[in-house]
Design a protein around this ligand. Structure first.
Ligand code: PAF
Length: 282
């Protein structure tokens, strides 16, 4: 039964609503977002509704996870459009905190991880990123106190990092990974795809196709290093500036040591001024 979609902006309102639901024996799922929602986010809402009775979506463009010169200022914002989409997807509560609700005057805490957060992937190219993510996600987990939290596999390293953080800090919110949602041509959905020029939008799915080719080659017995360097070259020749395209242990994200490890291929590459990331299981 739909209960409508309510928007709240204060921690007190958020806590009261989640506590009410808990008192009724209802289970809750959290979907943290930075807004500019697409079908990938809405899939997280739908998956949340399959696990829990109520879904809470947070919208907060977190300044702490943007480095200098990154796209904080131009990051797309569309609160009305987001609310409309969330209503349609069946979200029950939208929490849109002001900056001071998250980082009040004098805020002095950073949640910082080693392990998957220092795997030499996103962290190598965006050194500030995971401290920003883990600090905000820890806050949102603690503020909302939901039973589950839904994260897309598209940000695979982020998924591993927040899973590790929740485990290490005994946070009672179970982190659930949800498969990447793709456009019909294979491009992983992302709010940043909106930045792509028409030409680059046509070229962008190549990153997924290259990962798929490399995964097939590895599954057929080709050494991972060879398979990844072949497709890295292909991307570079097509005009991508590749930050990394690599095969890692799917659980720890460390470099491969034995042929029997579960493998994840992960890539980040620039097309013009847009940075795309993607990954795939072997
Ligand atoms: O994946 C994102 O959109 C962000 O990193 C998150 C998890 C909402 C934290 O700001």
């Amino acid at each position: 039964m739909s209960t409508g979609t309510r928007i709240v902006r204060t921690l007190e309102q958020l806590r009261r609503q989640v506590a009410d639901w808990r008192a009724q024996g209802l289970r809750t799922a959290l979907v943290p977002t930075m807004g500019a929602l697409h079908d990938g986010h809405l899939t997280l809402v739908r998956q949340g509704l399959r696990r829990a009775d109520r879904v809470v979506v947070t919208i907060f463009v977190n300044p702490k996870q943007f480095g200098q010169g990154e796209d904080l200022e131009r990051y797309p914002r569309d609160e009305k459009g987001d609310a409309r989409k969330l209503k349609k997807a069946g979200a029950n509560l939208i929490y849109i905190p002001e900056k001071a609700m998250i980082y009040p005057e004098g805020f002095a805490t950073t949640v910082s991880l080693a392990g998957p957060a220092k795997a030499g992937l996103e962290d190598k190219f965006r050194p500030h990123f995971f401290d920003g993510v883990t600090t905000i996600v820890a806050k949102l987990f603690i503020q909302a106190g939901c039973d589950y939290a839904m994260f897309g596999e598209k940000d695979y390293q982020q998924l591993k990092v927040v899973t590790r953080m929740a485990w290490d800090l005994d946070i009672a919110t179970a982190v659930i990974g949800v498969e990447t949602v793709r456009e019909p041509d294979g491009l992983a959905m992302s709010s940043r795809n909106a930045y792509l020029s028409r030409n680059n939008r046509e070229l962008a799915p190549l990153i997924h196709h290259c990962l798929t080719d490399a995964a097939t080659a590895i599954a057929d017995g080709k050494p991972a290093a060879k398979a990844t360097s072949t497709v890295r070259r292909k991307l570079t020749n097509a005009g991508f500036k590749v930050d990394y395209l690599t095969a890692r242990n799917a659980e720890t994200l460390q470099r491969l040591r034995s042929p029997s490890e579960p493998i994840r291929l992960l890539a980040a590459a620039w097309l013009g001024t847009t940075r795309l990331i993607d990954n795939i299981a072997v």
